[in-house]
Design a protein around this ligand. Sequence first.
Ligand code: AMP
Length: 192
Amino acid sequence: MLNIVLFGPPGAGKGTQSERLIDKYGLVHLSTGDIFRANIKGETELGVLAKSYMDKGELVPDAVTIDMLRSEVLKNEAAKGFIFDGFPRTNAQAVALDEFLKSLNTEISLMLALEVEEEELKTRLLKRAEVSGRPDDANPEIIQNRINVYNNETKPVKDFYQSQNKFISINGIGEIDEISNRLYQAIDQLNN
Ligand code: AMP
């Protein structure tokens, strides 16, 4: 299996690039943010809970997020592999994902981290708000909080994969195609 963690701060381009990767490699895309938003739309209990955190730019608690992710993986047992987009976002999530994949006799192949500087992220998110309709993209204070949460809680997850020699940093600035090609190169090196 090819299991990729597509990593990076909010606005780094994870969603856009995930679409490219699923097409090219035939993977299942699991975006925890998208799954939460689908639950909000469907007015589920999980959606109501998630919304109370997402609206503030805070992380949804680990236990809830991990349980949800596990059940999404199990729904796709025949998958050739997964792209985890927006997960793991804490060390506890990374540890839980490793244990869970091990129980399925598989593992993370690679973490690809899209690197984009903070000012560019803020510009991109405010622009995205015009089309995404996401309340957490439209408010500069919430954007700042999401970036702070990324720096404090999520960024350290890099070290977890670096210590397993699975971490690759990718320049997330440039044309979309150009960035996709950087990702393909990193993945293809793994397969060869
Ligand atoms: P995203 O679509 O990845 O930007 O995520 C939007 C929001 O969903 C985040 O700001 C968090 O509130 C929540 N979220 C998404 N993924 C996770 C995760 N792995 N752990 C905790 N909260 C998450």
